[in-house]
Design a protein around this ligand. Structure first.
Ligand SMILES: NC(=O)c1ccc[n+]([C@@H]2O[C@H](COP(=O)([O-])OP(=O)(O)OC[C@H]3O[C@@H](n4cnc5c(N)ncnc54)[C@H](OP(=O)(O)O)[C@@H]3O)[C@@H](O)[C@H]2O)c1
Length: 253
């Protein structure tokens, strides 16, 4: 899959106009989830933007109470109905808990892929042993693993696994939930390049080959985050932010 380098996180976005604006500003990867309760909003924004469907990567996630072998297929269909789409490009298992059972959930999602409802079966919040189990059952790595990844939380084992098996690591909360301006190392790199801490954080992730999905709802933030695609950090900048030794996990299990 040719995943756009920078996506849009939509958790908390409840206005289709923000989705439409993001698409107009060049965003081509939209990330939603059943639990965000905004699949209808995202679908409405896509419809208003009137963009060629093939240009967009749309991702949603099945919540943990819908992951049973007897419920997950219908749950995917319900998401498509809310989005107003015939297919999602990425369908994530949101978390490997609740009704998740690799031997039941995953073959059913593979069937949804074969039936054309889903472009790729992806996972979120998976640890390495769970990723290995996915590979055993599916005979291939996931289409993506989406994990919390930002200067204050850097799960290196997940990045190494993604690199080794050649699938994208998608970083959620890439701006530390909007608090990345409190991280001294990020501020230092940002000041050196004359950019904001948010932009420095995104450029750091991009330099590492990670796919960030910052959430933004204003035009200013949407534009600023896109501009991070043009910012090139040098090795010393990357090493500096890699070396942040404070840890603040926003979404512990
Ligand atoms: N898979 C999972 O379990 C999981 C868990 C959490 C999140 N996610 C996904 O990841 C996405 C992003 O994570 P997140 O929403 O937790 O946090 P985030 O993207 O790290 O931070 C979002 C916050 O930063 C602000 N912001 C955006 N651009 C900015 C800029 N250029 N300068 C200053 N502030 C800026 C936003 O404000 P405004 O809204 O006012 O622009 C918002 O308050 C979510 O929307 C969701 O799609 C997935």
């Amino acid at each position: 899959m040719d995943l756009p380098r920078l996506g849009l996180g939509t958790m908390g976005i409840d206005d289709p106009a923000a989705i439409e604006m993001a698409i107009q500003l060049g965003y081509r990867h939209l990330d939603t989830a059943q639990i965000y309760d905004n699949e209808v909003v995202v679908g409405e924004g896509i419809e208003r933007a009137a963009i060629d469907r093939e240009e967009l990567t749309v991702a949603t996630k099945v919540w943990v109470d819908q992951l049973g072998a007897d419920t997950v297929y219908e749950s995917v269909e319900a998401s498509l109905e809310r989005l107003g789409l015939e297919r999602v490009d990425l369908l994530y298992v949101h978390r490997p808990r609740g009704d998740y059972d690799p031997d039941g959930t995953l073959p059913t999602l593979a069937a949804a892929r074969e039936d054309g409802l889903v472009g790729g079966v992806a996972v979120s919040n998976f640890e390495v042993d769970q990723l290995e189990r996915f590979r055993d059952v599916m005979g291939r790595p996931p289409a993506a693993n989406q994990v919390e990844y930002h200067p204050l939380f850097q799960p290196e084992d997940r990045l190494a696994h993604a690199r080794e098996h050649g699938y994208p690591l998608v970083a959620y909360s890439p701006l530390s939930g909007g608090r990345v301006g409190d991280v001294a190392e990020v501020v230092t790199v940002a000041e050196k390049h004359g950019v904001s801490p948010a932009q420095a954080s995104l450029a750091w992730l991009l330099a590492k080959g990670i796919y960030p999905i910052p959430k933004a709802s204003s035009r200013d933030h949407l534009e600023a985050n896109r501009a991070a695609l043009d910012l090139e950090l040098d090795e010393a900048d990357v090493v500096r932010i890699d070396g942040v030794d404070r840890e603040d996990e926003l979404y512990p299990e």
